[in-house]
Ligand binder design. Sequence first.
Ligand code: FBP
Length: 560
Amino acid sequence: MRECSPLHKERLNYKPKLAGILANGIKNVKISFGKNTTAVKDAADIQNLFKDVYGQPLVSFSNEGEALNFEQKNVGVILSGGQAPGGHNVIAGLYDALKAANPNNVLYGFLGGPSGIIDNKYVKFDDNFIDKYRNTGGFDIIGSGRTKLETEEQFEKTLQNCKTLNINAIVIIGGDDSNTNACMLAQWLKAKNAGIQVIGCPKTIDGDLKNDQIEISFGFDTATKTYAELIGNIQRDANSAKKYWHFIKLMGRSATHVGLEVALQVQPNITLISEEVEAKKQSLESIVDYITDIVVKRSDMGKNFGVALIPEGLIEFIPEMKTMISNLNDILAVLEKDEKFVNAQNSEKYQIIESKLEGQNAKVFNSLPEMIKAQLLMDRDPHGNVQVSKIETEKLLIEMVRARLKALKAQGKYNGKFSDQAHFFGYEGRCAMPSNFDADYCYSLGYNAFALIQAGLTGYLSSVKNLTAPATQWKAGGVPLTMMMNMEKRHGVMKPVIQKALVDLNGPVFKVFEQRREKWALNDCYVFPGAIQYFGPCDVCDTTTLTLQLEQQKVPVAQN
Ligand code: FBP
C-alpha cells in the first residue's frame, strides 16, 4: 500500500507564503510598541485577576523599530481544543523560525493537549518529524485535548516540567477558552518570576475568535469551504431527485459564522442564524412556523424538496431555551456532585430537574422530546459549555415541522409530501487538508509566535492582519490576551474569558445574506462550489472567505 495519496505527497512540498516582513527572515524583524490596552469589558475585574500581564501594548513587526533578542530558546507547543485545519503548519512555522534564529534552539511538542505539559508527555521535534506533517490537516502530530489549565497544582506541575526541559516559552494553539488558559498561565508564571513566556495562536473552525485585532481564526476558511462543497453536492442531489428536504446541522458551537459563510457560498433555501433568533426573541414555535411556511410555499410550486441549514448552537439562542439552559447549568453544577443523582435513571433525573427548575423553565424542559432532554443532560465540556454537537436540533426541527404539516394537511392547507434527510456536518471539515489560505496563514502565525517570543513578550496572541491582500502585504504583530477578555458565568461562577465574537446583525455579512435569503427560499439559486483547489489560478486557490472579504469591503455588498 502507498503511504500517502499523490495529493498528500505533493502538499508536503508546498512552500507556504509568509506574511509581509516575516518573509525577510526572523533575523530582520524589528518590533514597535503601540498604546497600552484595556479589557473589552469588566476591565477592573480583569486587571485584578491578571495584575502582571494586564494592559500591555499592542505590538507590530516591520523593518523599523527595536531589534529582537536572539538568545538560545527552548520552546514547548500545545494543540488545544477542537481540531482545525492548519494546526500542523503553525507548528512548522514556529519550528522553522526557531531554527532559523538559532540552530541550537529546541522545540518540544506536548502530547494530547494541555494535559501533556502537566503529565510531562512530550516529543522533541526535528526536521524529519516536522517534514511529514507540512501542509496536512489534523492535529495528529502531537494530538489535542480539552483539559482546562487553571489550578495551582496544574501550574506547579507545568513549571516543574518546563524547568526540567529548560523551556523558556510555551505556545498554546487554541480557541477562546484555550487562550483564556494561556493568559492564566502567563499571569501565574509572571507572578512567580519564572522566566517562562506564554504566547497563544488563534485557532477554531467556529470563527468566533475574532475582533479588531484578530481578523479570522485559522481553520475557518478550510472548514467552511469543505462544508460548502458537501452542501453544494447535496443541493445538486436534491435538485436532481426532487424528493427530499435536507436538514443540515452545521458545527460552529455558539456563533453562526460557519452557517452564514456557507450560506453565502451555496445559497440554500433556509438558513437559521442563532444571533437573529435571539435578537428577535423568536420562540421554537415561531422558528418552526418560518420553516413550515417555506416548505408549504415550495410545495405549492411543485417543489417538495429543499435544503435547510441549522446552526449547531441554535438551541442556546432561543430565548426560552437559553433561560432554561442557564438555570439547568446552575442546577447541574450542584447535582453532578451528588452521587445519587449521577447514578439515577434518566426518567428520575428529569423529575428531579423539573422540581428544581424555576417558573417557566420546568415547563419548557418538560415540553422537549426525550431525546433532547437526555442530550441536554450530557456532561458539560471542561470549560462548562453544553456539548451542542451532541444535541440533535436538526431532528427536533424535522419532527416539529412534520407535525405542523400534518395539522395543515388535516385542515386542507397543505397537499405536499415531506420526506426528510438529517445531516450533521462538523467533524468532516475539522481535519481537512488546509486550503492555501490556511496553510499560509497558519505558517505565518507560528513563525510570528516565535518573533513574539524573541521579543521577550508573554500573555500575547500571535496576530497576522490584512488578510484579504496578498501575503506579501500581511501585517504581523501581537495582541495582549487581556485586551480580549471579560467576565462570564461558567459552571455557575463568574470567570474571566476571552469574549466570543457572535454574528453582527448590523454588519455587512449578515446584511448581504438578509437581502438575498427570500429569493433563495423559493427560487433555486443553488451554487455548487466544488472541492478546495490547491493548484491553479489565485482566485480559485488563494481567495479567503466571503465573510472576511465582505468585512474588509473587498466584494461589493449589493452584488447579485
Ligand atoms: P474549539 O472551540 O475548541 O475550536 O472547538 C470547536 C468545535 O469543533 C465546535 O464547533 C464543536 O461544538 C466542538 O468543537 C465539538 O467538540 P468535540 O471535539 O469535543 O466533540
